[in-house]
Ligand binder design. Structure first.
Ligand code: ZN
Length: 480
């Protein structure tokens, strides 16, 4: 089945075809983190969906050029940098947040993007793009030296504003009046491309043909995606909260730069498919620090949950449905994954060194069908847990040969190349020495018929999160 999904641009489900179908190459861009704080679970739900989409495209045989930027300059970063006691360099200030972000990213088993451009490394490309918009008469300078994008002139030259969301200009007028006064822009809906340097910026500024200053947020993504993926590329993804104005403005800037100043030119389409992910609720409410339902990923790790449990839960619902995250849900994730682990363990024992028969089971097909249908993850998980049930039954009835088991494991590996919830076999077998020492002590106690000691060790292991299972092949340690 061909991959189909909801394209925000056309507001309907479309079959995905890359711009170069024969090469199977896909250019994919996702707006990355702003590195001034730790990313929260709402941010990570988006990055997990991006990772799932990229992995599924690869599952389908596409070669994905995945770009995710790092926003390392904006108002909050400048404010934080100027307020920090040790002002060494902007890079020194943002580096610990960037490092923390990727630690969390890796813990959640997200594949590193092909390119991770930092905004401050692309200032020349941003200036070039602003220059092109100035040349086309779509951008203008205000008396304070800032450069704005003129939506009116963009539309007059043949550009289309409001491609992702229907824009009600009257409403924008009311909402943005104050900002408009502040920036002296011609039209309230216009947005900033280059912010002129102000005293509160301190030493954070870059030179430009229009005076010292710094880029606006929207132009960063347009310049970086264009430089790496070209004027037109396949998929742009992000949280639904970014659709307007950020993504809409990315379209306007990128397409505006392909218009001609005399008018009459057709814009080069910026992106062919837009994918937006629904927002996350936490314990039934919008996440906020004041409500006490605000979690970073590392908060959850500190509570003892693992990256795979968080990954499983955040990927359990459909990307177009808002999802209610709860700690109870994480406990459910733990139980579900333990069921899966148990089944895989038994299959590995059974398979031994047998080779898979080379034919695919129904699991890969049902999983492929589910995700090809607008990334229907719920159906994908359902197919997987059906498979777990059936496999357990077949194992109990001794209906599987080692080769059958190896085949089922090969199918599972295909599915997990997308879900990525199971550690590799090697990691799974890594039991801390402290725990294996306790197991040995327990075995010695049993041999000496010291059952009180043996029970005490069992309880100690339990308190450390491990249980012993006695199997025909000897005792086995299992995480609770
Ligand atoms: Zn962006």
């Amino acid at each position: 089945m061909d991959l189909q999904f909801f394209n925000t641009l056309s507001r309907r489900i479309e079959t995905f075809e890359p711009s170069e179908p024969s090469s199977k190459k896909v250019g994919l861009y996702c707006c990355g983190p702003t590195v001034y704080d730790f990313a929260h679970i709402g941010n990570f739900r988006t990055f997990l969906f991006v990772d799932m989409v990229r992995r599924f495209l690869e599952f389908k045989g596409f070669e994905v050029n995945h770009v995710m930027n790092i926003t390392d300059v904006d108002d909050k970063i400048i404010h934080g940098f100027n307020a920090s006691p040790e002002k060494t360099s902007l890079r020194d200030y943002t580096a610990p947040y960037e490092k923390a972000f990727f630690e969390d990213f890796d813990q959640l088993n997200c594949l590193r993007p092909t390119s991770i451009p930092r905004a401050t490394d692309y200032i020349p490309q941003m200036l070039e793009l602003i220059g092109k918009l100035m040349e086309n008469g779509i951008a203008y300078q205000t008396p304070d030296g800032s450069i704005f994008f003129s939506i009116q002139r963009y539309i007059a030259l043949g550009g289309k504003y409001g491609q992702l969301v229907k824009i009600n200009f009257d409403e924008i007028r009311v909402g943005e009046r104050i900002k408009s006064d502040e920036y002296e822009k011609e039209n309230v809906a216009d947005f900033v491309l280059w912010k002129a340097r102000v005293p509160s910026d301190g030493e954070l500024f870059w030179p430009s043909p229009w005076g010292e200053g710094r880029p606006g947020w929207h132009i960063e993504c347009s310049a970086m995606s264009r430089h790496i993926l070209g004027k037109s590329f396949d998929i742009h993804l992000g949280g639904e909260d970014l659709a307007f104005p950020h993504h809409e403005d990315e379209i306007a800037q990128s397409e505006g730069s392909t218009l001609c100043k005399e008018g009459g030119c057709k814009p080069t389409p910026f992106v062919r498919y837009w994918l937006h992910f629904s927002h996350l609720l936490v314990e039934g409410k919008k996440m906020s620090k004041s409500l006490g339902n605000f979690y970073t990923v590392r908060d959850l790790f500190q509570k003892g949950y693992s990256g795979r449990e968080v990954r499983y839960l955040l990927l359990s619902a459909h990307y177009r449905e808002s999802f209610n995250f709860t700690l109870e849900g994480l406990n459910g994730a733990r139980t579900a994954l333990a069921r899966l682990d148990e089944c895989l363990f038994k299959l590995r024992e059974l398979a031994g060194t047998a080779e898979p028969p080379g034919k695919q089971s129904a699991l890969v097909q049902s999983f492929d069908d589910a995700l090809s249908d607008d990334f229907n993850l719920s159906a994908g998980w359902a197919a997987l847990f059906d498979w777990v049930r059936q496999t357990n039954k077949q194992i109990a009835e001794e209906k599987l040969s080692p080769a059958d088991a190896a085949g089922l494991l090969a199918d599972w590996a295909r599915v997990d190349s997308v879900l990525a919830v199971c550690p590799q076999k090697k990691e799974e077998e890594e039991v801390p020495t402290e725990i294996t020492d306790l197991l040995e002590a327990r075995q010695a106690a049993r041999k000496a018929k010291d059952f009180a000691r043996s029970d005490a060790i069992r309880d100690e292991l339990k308190s450390k999160g491990w249980v012993i299972e006695d199997t025909p092949k000897g005792p086995r340690l299992k995480r609770i």
